[in-house]
Design a protein around this ligand. Structure first.
Ligand SMILES: Cc1cc2nc3c(=O)[nH]c(=O)nc-3n(C[C@H](O)[C@H](O)[C@H](O)COP(=O)(O)O)c2cc1C
Length: 222
């Protein structure tokens, strides 16, 4: 086997009790993550988002194509423009594009077409999925499993932001094509998620939801 282009793996084997402790601690932390729709406008400390975006960029991707870009919007004028365009799509969604079952499923979340958090949150992170990439010579390059890859990177991003003490909303004011235009991004970068980020508002509430138990989540094949 040709070993050029390979390096030793950086891995530390942990003692079983340390593994238990870490796995449990991360679960406790993960269970506290909630989707937040009421934000404080307090700014995010410099540099925190960069670390979280680097964490997202550490995700695995099909053939290591890293088919993602993360656009951070903090400019109030841009945030307003995004809110207005998102609300326009959402008004159509709530008044006919979503079917009755969908509208009913959303009732317990208390959501509607009004998206003031898109202006209140100090930052919006727009995750863009590369449907293809352009080589330096202008040739179009294939990307593989981009939905899966960007989904995983987005999960990393949400956990990193939560771990850093920030609140997020996973938002999809679909169709999200308006973002490509508003952000002036090339046509190969498809809007995937719009994530408002910041501190929760002081009086923030979230819907009471139950998560599936381990018995429901895990099937043991013996
Ligand atoms: C792919 C995806 C799209 C979502 N889109 C929206 C959305 O457009 N608006 C919204 O308020 N919440 C949206 N959510 C958030 C879900 O409603 C939320 O994750 C779910 O109710 C569970 O709540 P939790 O995140 O607090 O655990 C979305 C979540 C996912 C994973």
């Amino acid at each position: 086997m040709d070993t050029s282009g390979f390096q030793p793996l950086d891995h530390q084997r942990l003692a079983p009790d340390e593994m238990q402790r870490r796995a449990q601690a991360l679960n406790v932390e993960a269970q506290r993550r909630r989707s937040v729709r009421e934000f404080s406008s307090d700014p995010i400390p410099e540099g925190v988002l960069d670390h979280c975006i680097l964490t997202a960029g550490s995700a695995p991707s099909g053939a290591h194509k890293e088919p993602w870009t993360f656009v951070v919007v903090t400019d109030p004028v841009k945030k307003r423009a995004i809110r207005e365009a998102a609300e326009e799509e959402e008004r159509e969604n709530y008044s006919g594009r979503m079917n009755e079952e969908w509208i009913k499923d959303l009732e317990r979340l208390g959501t509607n077409a009004e998206k003031s958090f898109l202006e209140t949150a100090p930052a919006l992170i727009i995750v863009l999925r590369h449907a293809w990439q352009v080589a330096p010579d202008g040739e179009r390059e294939q990307c593989y499993y981009t939905q899966e890859s960007v989904g995983i990177a987005s999960g990393f991003l949400l956990m990193a932001l939560h771990h850093a003490g920030l609140a997020t909303l996973t938002h999809t004011p679909s169709p999200m094509g308006f973002l490509t235009k508003l952000l002036g991004r090339p046509s190969n970068e498809k809007p995937y998620l719009l994530i408002p980020v910041g501190y929760p508002a002081e009086d923030c509430t979230v819907p009471t939801l139950e998560r599936r138990s381990l018995e429901q989540l895990r099937i043991q094949e013996s």
